[in-house]
Design a protein around this ligand. Structure first.
Ligand code: DMJ
Length: 563
């Protein structure tokens, strides 16, 4: 994301987007012909936007069409034949040390899952010190965030029994008829992403149907004058209302939130045959991710940069804070991954990514006195020489994007990716625990270290190992595996407790205190990326998959497939 978090214990068919891949657009047209008018969201939902800003029509304006034609059916077998690699890899020869390390990470996953299952099954996260569950308020009334986030990791690691336990919970206990305020962004990346990925990996219908049902419940958040989903993406799964987080910059929408829907929403349309998720449907008020792209590509960008806050009412920037870390991060990630997922057809996304990266290189990339490359934040033209842990995903993203550039640019971007990843590694090695702080600075004599007490914590975040995984796959330089193993050892030493893994409050203390929280992204991302770092490249091959921002793999749309 996007949202810098405090320590948790304390804390179309008629108007196809030119950006949508051609094959998908054709499918959507066919699907729309078969399905009749687009499915509607929760009854009455479009009238219920707080503040009376909606230009929406009553949901009853046009009666639902009677289903007289065959329902849309996604051809799963055909999709599987289009993959170039077996999803869990071919298991060719490997050295025993790599295998042993991979097995160790698998054991960590089993330990994290078993403890969650024993003490917190059905809650959102495990509290490993007090051996109970945590619910929090991010997902509204939804439960089981750790189950959904863990599913594909359990599957990939061949933890069959544990995967069946998780699947059973989804089948029997995952209740979508809940009331509460939930973050559109978090529900999308964790729940929708996790369910979609598990469906694509296994072909089990339950995951698809839950993802689609939940996707429908998210649509009311788009009901704003600009179609940019409401403020900070709060919604009520039952009543279909949406409104803004109180603290979020005068009701504005956050770049990393509304910019991190595209991958999942295209797949929701692909699997349902319902164009509403991917593209503007027949009513102007039913705007979706295609519209977000249009608003963003048109709005003027200061020095080519994208500020983090946009008004969903006027479509203008609310303040000029730019960051590749929290509040901005996954917007950039979803541009390059949208292009990759479209089999390189979504040229608008690629151009937006290239232009954004150029502006970032020009205005935000800096070198410290000690020679470390970092990406600073920007506040109305003034640089803040700080990098958040969240920003460390950018090494992997820039390396991934560099593969598709040529000549000088490719080399420059690979160097930049390697330098940023190395700086993030430094933020780990310069701490006593060998784990990195939430934010580190390059001012007042500091070099990749946290200077504020409030920035010293580590909550099991994945971004640094995520970059190690991409850099390993794209360069095969052994140092990335070494660095990943250092993290495994540090996690074992400082974060493993009797009943799971916990974040720590101070990475500079040799006896850190624990925050009593096993974040769901530890199972979705940190352990998955570590595992993949010690796998052959054909396990979840980058030729077949893109990872959403919660590390859930979504398939690339192979347009040349003869499947
Ligand atoms: C995860 O939920 C996702 O990686 C998100 O994009 C950023 N924050 C956390 C992990 O740090």
């Amino acid at each position: 994301t996007d949202l810098p978090r405090s320590p948790p214990a304390a804390a179309e068919p008629r108007h196809a987007s030119p950006a949508a891949p051609r094959r998908l657009r054709e499918k959507l047209r066919t699907a729309a012909r078969m399905a009749g008018p687009p499915a509607r969201t929760a009854p009455g939902s479009r009238q219920q936007v707080q503040g009376g800003e909606s230009r929406a029509q009553p949901a009853s304006a046009s009666p639902p069409a009677r289903e007289t034609r065959a329902p849309f059916r996604f051809d799963y077998e055909r999709f599987r034949r289009s993959l170039r690699h077996p999803v869990r890899g071919g298991r060719s020869g490997e050295d025993p040390e790599t295998r042993a390390r991979r097995m160790k990470i698998k054991e960590m996953m089993k330990f994290a899952w078993d403890n969650y299952k024993q003490y917190a099954l059905g809650k959102n996260e495990l509290r490993p010190l007090t051996k109970n569950g945590h619910i929090g308020n991010m997902f509204g009334g939804l439960r089981g965030a750790t189950v959904i986030d863990a599913l594909d990791t359990l599957y990939i690691m061949e933890l069959e029994e544990e995967f069946q336990e998780a699947k059973q919970w989804v089948e029997k206990s995952f209740d979508l008829n809940v009331n509460g305020e939930a973050s559109l962004f978090e529900v999308n990346i964790r729940y929708i992403g996790g369910l979609l990925a598990t469906y694509y990996l296994t072909g089990e219908e339950v995951f698809k149907s839950k993802a689609l049902e939940l996707g429908e419940k998210l649509l009311p958040a788009f009901n704003t004058p600009t179609g940019i989903p409401r403020g900070s993406s709060l919604f009520s799964p039952c009543s279909g209302m949406s409104w803004s987080w109180g603290w979020a910059s005068a009701g504005s929408s956050i770049l990393a939130e509304f910019g991190t829907l595209h991958l999942e929403f295209l797949h929701l349309s692909e699997l349902s045959g319902n164009p509403v998720f991917a593209e503007k449907a027949s009513e102007p008020s039913l705007a979706s991710v295609g519209n977000i792209r249009r608003v963003l590509s048109r709005v003027e960008k200061p020095q080519g940069l994208y500020p983090n806050f946009l008004s969903p009412v006027t479509g203008s920037w609310v303040q000029h804070h730019v960051s590749i870390g929290g509040l901005g991060d996954s917007f950039y990630e979803y541009l390059i991954k949208s292009w990759l997922m479209s089999d390189k057809k979504d040229s608008e996304a690629k151009k937006m990514y290239d232009d954004a990266l150029e502006a970032i290189e020009k205005h935000l990339v800096k070198k410290s006195a000690g020679g470390l490359t970092y990406i600073a934040e920007w506040r109305g033209g003034i640089l803040d020489h700080k990098m958040g842990h969240l920003a460390c995903f950018s090494g992997g993203m820039i390396a991934l994007g560099a593969q598709h550039s040529t000549g000088d640019r490719r080399q420059r971007h690979m160097e930049l990716a390697a330098e940023i990843t190395s700086t993030c590694h430094e933020s780990y090695t310069r701490s006593d625990t060998k784990l990195g702080p939430e934010a580190f600075r390059f001012d007042a004599g500091s070099e990749a270290t946290a200077t504020r007490l409030s920035e010293r914590y580590y909550i099991l975040r994945p971004e640094v190992v995520e970059s190690y995984m991409y850099l390993w796959r794209l360069t095969h330089q052994p140092k990335y595996r070494h660095w990943g193993w250092e993290v495994v050892q540090a996690l074992e030493k400082h974060c493993r407790v009797e009943a799971g893994f916990s974040g720590i409050r101070d990475v500079y203390s040799t006896t850190p205190s624990h925050d009593n929280m096993q974040q769901s992204f530890f199972l979705a991302e940190t352990l998955k990326y570590l595992y993949l770092l010690f796998c052959e490249d054909d396990v979840l091959s980058l030729e077949d998959w893109v990872f959403n921002t919660e590390a859930h793999p979504l398939p690339i749309n192979h347009t040349d497939s003869k499947a």
